[in-house]
Write a protein that binds this ligand. Structure first.
Ligand SMILES: Cc1ncc(COP(=O)(O)O)c(C=O)c1O
Length: 410
């Protein structure tokens, strides 16, 4: 059942994304009728005396049994995520990396071929470079913004294509509907890490993708206080995956984090609107600053993938990068010493604005290991290094003033 066409009480086809973010998947507790979703902090549930002990014998309609198998709070979040991404089902994880590594471990077996963007979140890139080859997985890394490169990489044994768009940290975009067609032509499936876009900007399943993964830690939660992840896709495949792998692998989301993330998602559409507005103002301010060499934001017409961003993203999100004209050895220290609002910290998508410096050589050595040509393409977006900004929900004018003061001292 496609959730966007479901007859679910809260999911009439005409319901908009704001209604879905609030009501999707949630239900009042039938006992006390509190309208907020119940936070069910229990590891185990009273069992039927004939209940089987092994997950092998778990029936689809089995009552709650043990929280690693399923939990009512986590289930409500999973339903909400499926609703938001127009998917049939979702499985929540303890982190975004738990979702991504589970996807690779379950869907790829020795001898399978994976086509993957050559720039992804660093831990994903490290897993692809270091862990997957040890499992006998064949890997071809591509610049996924270049469709002919993707097409050339496909082989009859290609099982999965994995794309991140916009990709972290350089914010390069990939054309999802075209890549879905390319993947499906050889019988491969497409998985998309849509953490930076969120369903407010892009719904990859509607563009032909087979799976969406999220680090819920970022925009979905939105407040920098809970780590989580999710995989969204086809009901039958995800239920088999849950039973055969996720429950045994064990990296499940805690009900408390599920509850926090669910509360965050209720305001996701409104927050994304404000993130976009702030990021646009900050990127325009930086673009006109005499110390700044280059700004990269998908909402600026100067972004190399702006034409695709306009069609594929209904919201340009809150992430941007910039490079300085004169970057000296102590620039990062000097800049950060003067910042009063921005926090110098990793992560993204929170209500607080965050900034972090990512030197190209260091990332190349630790995580990406790009070919000479791929590194040259990377440098078009990132030069020798970028400041990555996650624009929060503060007044954009205050953020510009904070950056101006710091840039003057840098
Ligand atoms: C695009 C992207 N995917 C996945 C992850 C991993 O998420 P988590 O930290 O929740 O494991 C991150 C973390 O920054 C990310 O930016």
């Amino acid at each position: 059942m496609n959730r966007c066409n479901s007859d679910d009480k809260y999911m009439e086809p005409h319901h908009g994304i704001r209604t879905t973010a609030i009501h999707g998947g949630e239900y009042p507790d039938p006992g006390h009728r509190g309208t907020s979703p119940n936070l069910v902090m229990t590891t185990t549930f009273l069992a039927d005396t004939h209940a089987p002990f092994s997950v092998e014998e778990m029936q689809e309609d089995a009552p709650y049994f043990y929280t690693r198998w399923a939990n009512p709070t986590v289930r409500q979040l999973e339903e909400k995520l499926a609703n938001l991404e127009c998917g049939e089902a979702s499985v929540a994880f303890a982190s975004g990396m738990a979702a991504i590594s589970s996807l690779f471990q379950y869907w790829l077996k020795p001898g399978d071929h994976l086509v993957v963007s050559n720039v992804t979140y660093a831990a994903t890139a490290e897993m692809i470079n270091e862990f997957l080859p040890r499992q006998g997985i064949q890997i071809t890394k591509v610049d996924s913004s270049n469709l002919s490169e993707v097409e050339k990489a496909m082989e009859p044994r290609t099982k999965l294509v994995f794309i991140e768009t916009p990709c972290n940290p350089i914010l390069r975009l990939s054309n999802l509907s075209r890549i879905a067609q390319i993947a499906h032509k050889v019988g491969a499936e497409l998985a998309v890490d849509s953490t930076l876009a969120t369903p407010i900007a892009t719904q990859p399943l509607k563009l032909g993708a087979d799976y969406v993964v999220h680090s819920l830690t970022k925009y979905m939660c939105g407040h920098g206080d809970a780590i989580g992840g999710a995989l969204i896709g086809n009901q039958k495949k995800l239920e088999t995956f849950r039973q055969q792998f996720a429950i045994r692998n064990g990296g499940v989301l805690s009900p408390f984090n599920a509850w926090l993330i669910m509360r965050g998602i209720a305001t996701l559409p409104l927050r994304m609107h404000a993130h976009q507005e702030g990021a646009m103002k900050v990127s325009q301010f930086l673009q006109n600053h005499n110390k700044v060499k280059q700004v990269c934001y998908p909402g600026l017409s100067s972004h190399p993938d702006y034409e695709l961003a306009k069609t594929q993203m209904h919201n340009f999100s809150g992430m941007l990068t910039f490079q300085l004209k004169n970057h000296r050895a102590n620039t990062v220290e000097r800049l950060c010493e003067s910042l009063r609002i921005f926090h110098y910290a990793v992560s993204l998508g929170h209500h607080r604005s965050l900034i972090f410096y990512l030197p190209t050589e260091q990332l190349q050595a630790s995580s990406f290991h790009l070919s000479k040509k791929a590194l040259k393409d990377y440098r078009k977006y990132a030069g020798d290094g970028i400041f990555r900004i996650s624009v929060g929900l503060e007044d954009p004018e205050d953020l510009c003033e904070d950056l101006d003061r710091a840039l003057t001292k840098a």
